[in-house]
Design a protein around this ligand. Structure first.
Ligand code: ATP
Ligand code: MG
Length: 190
């Protein structure tokens, strides 16, 4: 039992140190982004499979809508995986037990947009501009027991911008949240 606590707590410290280092590097413009062509049709399901254990703790399920053919996007696979981890872990944290998290991808001109939606408590409109700020948390009292430091979305926003993408939130208080991540596609030569 003691060992399990130690492992869990060191895991938290490990994440915190990594987050703080990433944020410091991103803010100093020192983080290197490796741009690769990524096929989201195979990349996304492989990423989501990593969270099965996390979903199981709250009896959550994924519903995916990922087309079998999508243009290749240009992104850093390791950093894209980190962005997905942040969005999925938030969706898991804020979903009610037994809920469904929807992950969809669709093509828009020059981009592929990936959305992660949950039916959690949502984010009040007045808080939405601030969730991208470091250490900002909407419900400070409830947040304490749920864990988290309020760095995830700040890092996510920086990473997405460094990959020439865009991220936005659409959320209605009491109904749920949808985070939309737009990534640039490979330019086809004409
Ligand atoms: P960390 O990511 O560092 O573990 P965190 O999840 O609290 O901590 P962020 O991911 O930056 O921090 O999110 C900031 C705040 O935005 C959260 O504390 C929460 O209040 C709100 N938020 C983020 N995602 C959701 C969501 N899917 N549903 C409801 N609120 C959310
Ligand atoms: Mg988070």
């Amino acid at each position: 039992r003691y060992l399990a606590t130690i492992v869990e707590e060191t895991g938290h410290i490990d994440r915190l140190v990594r987050d703080l280092l990433d944020l410091a590097q991103l803010e100093a413009g020192e983080l290197t982004i490796v741009k690769e062509k990524i096929n989201l049709t195979s990349f996304l399901p492989a990423e989501l499979a990593k969270y099965d254990y996390m979903l199981a703790t709250k009896q959550l399920t994924f519903r995916t809508e990922i087309p079998s053919s999508l243009p290749l996007v240009i992104a850093d696979p390791m950093r894209l995986s980190q962005v997905m981890a942040n969005l999925v872990s938030n969706a898991v944290r804020y979903s009610p037990d037994g809920g469904t998290i929807e992950v969809a991808a669709k093509t828009t001109p020059g981009k592929v947009t990936v959305t992660v939606s949950d039916n959690g408590p949502g984010i009040p409109l007045s808080d939405q501009p601030h969730i991208w700020d470091r250490f900002y948390r909407v419900d400070k009292s409830r947040s304490r027991q749920g864990g988290g430091t309020g760095l995830g979305l700040a890092i996510t926003k920086h990473l997405v911008q460094a990959m020439d993408g865009e991220i936005s939130v659409h959320s209605i208080s009491g109904e749920g949240s949808t985070f939309a991540l737009a990534l640039p596609v490979e330019q086809t030569k004409s």
